[in-house]
Design a protein around this ligand. Sequence first.
Ligand code: MG
Length: 248
Amino acid sequence: MVVLKTSGELALMREAGKISAQALQVGGQAVKPGVTTGEINRAIHHFIKSQGAIPSFLGYGGFPASACISVNDEIIHGIPGDRVLKEGDIVSIDVGAIYKGYHGDNAATFACGTVSPECQSLMDVTRESLNRAIAAAQVGNRLGDVSYAVQSYVESFGYGIVKQYVGHGIGTEMHQSPEVPNYGKPGRGIRLMPGMTIAIEPMVNLVGEGIKVLSDGWTVVTASGSPAAHFEHTVAITDNGPVILTLL
Ligand code: MG
């Protein structure tokens, strides 16, 4: 069932979203050659706690950290640790916070120093596909319009959309109905209504759509070994158009 939020709930989700966005910024600013992913996770964790919020990923399904940090061919769910970042890496950070019972969830891929033109383009296209999906998140449109906005843009560049993992409704739980795929047909799916809140999160591979899950049981990598990018915002659908809740 899709839960519609009141304006009061949306205000609380905006607060959770702001903390989530700030936590993502803290992580992104820490991305530098020589830094470990574990250090970035700790900075994010301490920031979220300093805001009186709860890191929503920590312990979720047993996940051992407060952020997912996925480097190069890692698409999502990378476990922070001793890995040392180096010049040219691309680093996807996914982080959420719970504040006053409501969740925010966002992600972005950051360049570690100077990255290849191929990686820069992949990141730019993935970010723009998210922007286009958000623009399609209008009352009266259907969910397929959002999905199609991602797919049509990404595939025009020949990149591979990850299909096994999808965006999601969000609110008092991190994952609620509906699922928000990054592929679909315009005019299909549920009709978008005021008060719906969804996390839209294109995951895009430079080469091919295939994925593998590593033996740690979490880290999802590209089957091709090519790099991947991931951008995500939590978005409210309102009568005044889409509102990004995970803004600074
Ligand atoms: Mg998400």
